[in-house]
Design a protein. Sequence first.
Length: 136
Amino acid sequence: MTGTTTTSSDIAIVREGFEAFARGEVAAFADMFAPGATWNHRNDDRHAGIKAGREAIMAFLGESAQLTAGTLRAVPGSFMSDGDGRVAATVRVSATRPDGRAFDDAQVLLFGVADEKVQSVDQFVGDPGAVTAFWA
């Protein structure tokens, strides 16, 4: 993926998105994504598959927040960039559900960045079975 950003600015875009998400700044988080961005949740659960478009991504994340009564957290660990628009982030994703279910999962998110916007996200979960049971 080529773009007009550099390694450090690609990472800054992704990092700022995580910070906006953590603060609950929905509009700032949504603005990180290009209008035609995609998010591929790579697990066999209710969120499986590709969400196409900023609105679909925000609906997916909105449903996740609703199902977890606002407890969903995504805490990044490290960021790595290839200098060509790809940023890998190690992330700790955790949440609880009102019925008592909980999960705390090490995940990797691979971002495609171009023109100062996230164009794609590939989400790889660490414990597929536990994540599937959580979202069931």
